[in-house]
Design a protein around this ligand. Structure first.
Ligand code: ADP
Ligand code: FDM
Ligand code: MG
Length: 234
């Protein structure tokens, strides 16, 4: 029918600390929504695993992960093989979202639901956690303004102790205890005053966590005006 032709996709963001279970839950949610009849795409930041930007770089159907020009710079920074000024790397993370913003909007408008593994919230929180005197949360938020706004953000909350049980830190730049503690506090600060966020206790079993996520997403979809267009971050 004409109405179903106008049905837009849903923009779902999954956020949380390292090892909260974001990537695992994105996969479970993708399976659930596909079974429900949604066309679903999974993307992650930093780095992009997106067929829709392939045309931009004249790549066909490649699985792209931290391999755009900006993705490469971020990757070498996170691995510690290059240095960047705090503000500069922050803006690169943001630019990494801007380079796919349009394709996200187009996908959503044409009916594809997108599950996003980390987004602007990780962006502001990790940068502000560095406690650089000229890099406040407010400063960090500015380049995010105008990006596609998620219909729902699932925040997977986990204690550092529970996260530690899921394996030790890797070798990347932010994988240390002091940083994780600051990040955790800042996530709480921003999500306390935010709308459209569902706080999920990610310390529970995989099955329990995915059940909570299904509930939150189902509720969001049932409330959504599917004839509306995607909003923008402000
Ligand atoms: P993230 O993407 O947030 O870093 P992952 O999904 O990669 O987290 O999960 C990190 C590790 O924890 C993986 O080994 C995963 O199998 C495990 N894990 C994920 N969710 C749970 C859970 N609810 N209970 C126990 N282990 C989990
Ligand atoms: N990160 C991620 C940022 O610092 N800024 C951002 O905008 C985003 C999206 O990059 F430490 C950090 C968060 C994390 C690292 O981690 C990437 P994963 O484990 O690949 O998601
Ligand atoms: Mg992950």
């Amino acid at each position: 029918t004409g109405l179903s032709a106008m049905r837009r996709g849903v923009l779902i963001v999954v956020e949380g600390l390292d090892r909260a279970g974001k990537s695992s839950q994105c996969e479970v949610l993708r399976g659930f929504l596909s079974e429900q009849g949604h066309t679903v795409k999974y993307i992650r930041f930093p780095g992009i695993q997106l067929n829709c930007i392939a045309s931009m770089y004249h790549w066909s159907n490649a699985s792209i992960d931290r391999t755009t020009p900006i993705g490469k710079l971020i990757d070498s920074y996170l691995r510690g093989s290059s240095h960047q000024d705090d503000h500069s790397i922050h803006l690169l993370f943001s630019a990494n979202r801007w380079e796919v913003a349009k394709s996200i909007e187009e996908d959503i408008a044409s009916g594809t639901t997108i599950i996003v593994d980390r987004y602007s919230y990780s962006g502001v929180v990790y940068s502000a956690a560095k406690a650089n005197p000229t890099l406040s949360l407010d400063w960090a938020w500015q380049p995010e303004i105008g990006l596609p706004r998620p219909d729902i953000c699932l925040f997977l909350g986990i204690s550092p102790e529970e996260a530690a049980k899921r394996g030790g830190f890797g070798a990347e730049r932010y994988e240390n205890e002091a940083m994780q503690i600051r990040v955790r506090e800042l996530f709480q600060t921003i999500f306390e005053k935010m709308q459209d966020v569902a706080v999920i206790d990610a310390g529970k079993s995989m099955g329990e966590v995915s059940k909570e996520i299904r509930g939150a997403v189902t509720g969001c979809i049932s409330r959504l005006d599917i004839t509306s267009t995607l909003r923008k971050l402000e």
